[in-house]
Ligand binder design. Sequence first.
Ligand code: GLC
Length: 421
Amino acid sequence: MTTLKYLMSGIAGAALMATGALAADLTIVHGSVGRDQEILRKQLDQFEAETDHTVTIVSMPESTTDQFGQYRLWLSAQSSDIDVYRLDVIWAPQLASHFIDLTPHVADIVDDFVPAAIESQTVDGKLVALPMFLGAPALYYRADLLEKYGKPVPETWAELTETAQKIMEAERAEGNSDMYGFVFQGAAYEGLTCNAQEWVNSNGGGRIVEIDGSIDINNPKAAEAIDLAASWIGTIAPEGVLNYKEEDARGVFQSGNSVFMRNWNYAYALAAGEDSPVKDVFAVTTLPHGGEGTASAATLGGWHLGVSKYSENQEAAIELVRFLNNYENQKERAIVTSRPPTLNAVYEDPEVAAQQEFIPLWKPVVDNALPRPSAATLRKYNEVSAAFWTAVHKTLSGEGDAAENLATLDAELKRLRGPRW
Ligand code: GLC
């Protein structure tokens, strides 16, 4: 029945290609952070006004890990309830078989997109999702407090640790008992994989699973980085950071209670917003690195739009994916949410530069962002990441040191891999 209905709407849709698909009631699912949903709804209203379609948003919890669990349930049940999924950059290899190949539907626009973004969503020649926005985190810092205490912007994790401690203590001594030094995403979920990959990689400890599939995470540089992070818990970072996701960290920083924060780009527009207590006193820089010979690492993030193979409105869903990623909508999103766009030209737009300085400033960081090993580990990425964040979370929680937990992780990853990924 489903197949028949789909075939029929496909045929009717094909005949109407030039003027758009038949009126459809579409559903899009996404995890909303910050102002994502507000701007999405605004753009959907415009889509509805310009076409005969209607679009309902299904909103997911903030955690990408929770979203993935729910997405997998819908997709494995071949549910036609959702037409368009907003997919995390890492999921393409695992979910590819559930989405249509967008290649023929975006042939006329694909060259306008950041090539690496398209590549990240291409699995065996199939374009699983059309890139919507990218992510490359920053170190947010209180410029006023660094100035007050005569401290330079930290370049290494050791400097950050020391400066955070000093300023936190001095501010507490002056009566701000809620002050902390550093907040980040320390809960046991995908966000911790991103943070910890940055600590490890920027300390010369590799990338969990290398591009060629080899596993070398059980190394002294990786252990040193994670042990340093463990020393932050209950000192410069609140104990509660062990449960923090993006919005928890932002809440603390934006209310003025942390000297430093690691967060994604969306936090910039909000921290700089009219009602933000820190709007005039914070700045951003690249994340710190380890000692001599190491370099800062920013994990590549981002969310992209895929059309479900089980959708009964594929024609209209494709129209929607194209619409949400057109120049004007990307531009508006970049300005309002400070999410890095996926269209090259938006980075050059003078109005974007004037109204959201973070976008052109961060282009080089976005271009050099470090992907997670999802391409290397293919269908096993979620398990690899879960094993990694578990080992890190245990270390942060004081259950064994990093060397011990990385040795266990190493064995677990080798078991997961078997003869090949
Ligand atoms: C951001 C990133 C995404 C990442 C997630 C982790 O949403 O865009 O790629 O997986 O954070 O919490």
